[in-house]
Design a protein around this ligand. Structure first.
Ligand code: FEO
Length: 394
């Protein structure tokens, strides 16, 4: 059957190529998948659901596997509505279904959907026998909500991991990594992690520790491909990102109204290149979406930010990026900064506040200029770039 993940475990997820923005914030140029899985045993279990907009397709896919047999269990690993959205509709079609979740899950189900009825409340390490398949539940709070848990199926060695190990990008035909071209998914994984899960590095680390000894043969996440051939690579990416580890390279994020601040950003970029830094990524904050800027900040060790003073504060688009970084509790970055002003300089002071709050390692002195850059400002910008080149390569 085309839906088989392993044995009697089937993929019944759907693809969303309609939404422009995930969580109404993050661009989806390649779409996104909402993955759900069906374990067809003496007892039938469905693992997670899909966005309610796709319920009709979802139900069709379920029935293609089990026909008119009822579903016994609905396992809810994660309650965010991209996965829980079809709970009340499922309950309508399968009124006797038992919903499986932990102590945190059911309040959310009732709160969001008004759904009550048969419940199986599980604790960390509890098991559920379906016949040939045996499930063990692992609580993994804050990966990515407090109720998140993962479900491990012992017979086939399949981990249903919720959002963990997920990525943006719809599934174009196949859903198993070994059968599809994965090129788009690697960058989409970093962007998904940095945008959605990025704040929760420590809970991700705890989950990796908890699950580290399981004999995992396949990872079934709620977004993106099923990982069979690339388990070590995918776990490695999540491990690295959740430890806030980064590659040598520098992201320059700048705001500029009339090009003067941008000129200084160009000086810094050129000098970084002169110093041998190959990975220099420049983002004009007014053009690049925060989604891509955050992904690059998660990827590279150096960050240089600059903008003009605006209304006596930071340039607003830079202020938004600053907040996005602080909200994610990012660590282990080297920060340089610069700013410009016309009559009263504030941008550099606010970026100094950001440096203090973020606890990033500040590189060199900030560069601040009035009106337009002069020779001394160019020299200071080059000095900043030289120092940054040294710290990101050590
Ligand atoms: Fe894909 Fe946190 O939901």
């Amino acid at each position: 059957m085309k839906t088989v993940v392993k044995g009697n475990i089937h993929y019944v997820g759907v693809n969303d190529r309609q939404k422009h923005l995930f969580e109404n914030m993050w661009p989806l140029p390649n779409g996104v998948s909402y993955n759900s899985y069906l374990i067809n045993d003496d007892k039938i279990a469905l693992v997670d659901t899909v966005d309610a907009c796709y319920f009709e397709t979802f139900l069709y896919k379920i029935k293609r596997v089990i026909g008119d047999r009822p579903i016994d269990y609905l396992i809810i690993n994660h309650m965010e509505p991209d996965h829980s959205g079809s709970i009340s509709l499922l309950k309508h079609y399968y009124p006797n279904i038992t919903i499986v979740g932990n102590r945190q899950t059911f309040g959310m189900i009732e709160g969001y959907y008004g759904v009550t009825g048969e419940q199986l409340v599980v604790k960390d390490g509890d098991t559920l026998e379906l016949g040939r398949h045996k499930l063990t539940f692992y609580l993994t709070p804050m990966v990515h909500w407090p109720e998140t848990m993962m479900t491990f199926e012992e017979t086939e060695g399949v981990l249903f991991s919720g959002d963990a190990f997920g990525c943006f990008g719809a599934l174009n035909g196949g859903f198993i990594d070994s059968k599809i071209n994965l090129d788009i998914y690697w960058d989409e994984m970093v962007r998904y992690y940095s945008n959605i899960v990025g704040k929760y590095g420590s809970p991700v680390q705890k989950a990796l520790e908890k699950l580290g000894s399981l004999p995992i043969q396949a990872i079934c996440s709620t977004h993106g491909p099923v990982w069979v051939e690339n388990i070590a690579k995918v776990v490695g990416i999540y491990d690295k990102l959740s430890r806030y580890e980064a590659e040598p390279g520098v992201v320059i994020v700048y705001g500029s109204m009339y090009g003067h601040t941008e000129q200084l950003a160009e000086v810094i970029a050129e000098e970084l290149s002169n110093q041998g830094v190959k990975n220099v990524v420049m983002h004009n904050v007014s053009k690049s979406h925060a989604s891509y800027i955050l992904a690059d900040i998660f990827k590279y060790k150096g960050l240089i930010m600059g903008c003009p003073t605006y209304n006596g504060q930071l340039y607003p688009a830079i202020e938004a990026i600053v907040n996005n970084i602080l909200h994610r509790d990012m660590k282990n970055r080297c920060l340089g900064y610069f700013g410009s002003f016309t009559w009263a300089g504030t941008a550099v002071k606010r970026l100094a506040d950001f440096a203090e709050k973020s606890k990033f390692e500040v590189v060199n002195n900030p560069v601040e200029f009035k009106h337009s850059m002069k020779e001394a400002d160019i020299a200071n910008a080059e000095a900043l770039a030289k120092e940054m080149a040294i710290v990101v390569s050590r």
